[in-house]
Write a protein that binds this ligand. Sequence first.
Ligand code: 5AD
Ligand code: SF4
Length: 473
Amino acid sequence: MLVPDLKEAKIRTKKESIVKANEYIINNELKSLGKDKLYFLKTYGCQMNEHDSENIKAILEDMGFSETKDMEDADLILLNTCAIRENAHNKVFGYLGRAKNLKSRKPGVLVGICGCMAQEEVVVNKILSEYKWMDFVFGTHNIHKLPQVLEKSIKDHKLNVEVLSCEGDVIENIPVKRDSKSKAWINIMYGCDKFCTYCIVPYTRGSQRSRRKEYILEEVKDLIKDGYKEVTLLGQNVNAYGKDLDDNYYMENLLEDVALTGIERIRFVTSHPWDFTDRMIDVIAKYDNIMPYIHLPLQSGSDRILKLMGRRYTKESYLELYNKLKKNIPNCSITTDIIVGFPGETEEDFNETLDVVNKCKYDGAYTFIFSPREGTPAAKMKDDVSLEEKEKRLYKLNELINKYSKENNDKYLNKTVKVLLEGVSEKGEDTLMGYTETMKLVNVKAEKEYIGTIQDVTITSVKTWSMDGELRR
Ligand code: 5AD
Ligand code: SF4
């Protein structure tokens, strides 16, 4: 049994990570372990987790399992979890309750969790005391060992916890089964060394480890051959790409080389304002296939709170960067993340946040109430803002965010924009959905043969979160 240890997870060394291209191993016995069996995989959290799930699916299918979307039919239930806020935890424990019920009716069903919650001491302790009926827990650092973890669970018939607190190496041969045929996630780095005081990620995902450019560029080229139109370069803090390597090759170099592969659309998430260099801005502005869309988390507009958060920038320097992006990248859309109710946030601090929102007029924002995460410094800070007050602030902030989102969208009315049509829309079978270059969701009446193509679309109506358009044929 290997259980997580937050103190160990906090350790950072200068050592470079080792690339391992043969670490995922699956023998013939493991390849038939899932024969005629069904798996049910539910994913919570960010794009990083979505992409991990694409790896997990490929591994399970390598073992002979097939996917079911109905938990009731499953022989294996796996929840890929997120730890970022308390409500993410609650959802997972709620789901485990349902899984327990199913297991009592079908005792052979295997139930396990993986992902960021599995890396948390509190969670694993709770599982060891109250969820002993579960079969397995594994973390974010040993996804490639899933076949071996499952084999052990099947043989031992008891809860198997295998969570590494210290990240390992960069594993390059994990298979992937992508959800989309037109757009793809590509990890360019793992982990994070920023240690913002509210954030659990540096503990659950470990230290920053950039992938070597050769592997990334190879992946992009293979995707182009397979007909992919868009790649999103993924990392907790992509602007810091390469800073942990020895070859003087950074995010601007990577962006430029990916642009030169000729892939039609490039996006990247998430950017920390601290590492956003002028050279990066120049490259984004220079290449038409790097999309004019940037997610630039603000978190707070108050210098006092930013300092307590350990964000390393001020309101003024954030606004300076924002203005530089807007000036140099034509039609660039910018979205953000904001936390309200950080410990000690006063009305005055909150007004500073509203002031930045009024200045930046964001295209959109993800807004959150602060959620203390055990083991992080902010969880120990005195939190004297009432929940009622936090909710009031969140409501006020959202009203403002929605106002600017609609105003930004209104500018698109009657304009013709390029949309990558990804699939059938929730609106109905005769409607497709896709995103503009600036990451606006558009619904278009079109035949299914257009799926996977980039089309000129004229915007006919605009809402706060989406738009409707018509194909310009
Ligand atoms: N409480 C509330 N929101 C948080 N986020 C990260 N940690 C917390 C927390 N403890 C938000 C930040 C981050 C986004 C992914 O989630 O805004 O950018
Ligand atoms: Fe959630 Fe963060 Fe883990 Fe993503 S990296 S799944 S947001 S805790």
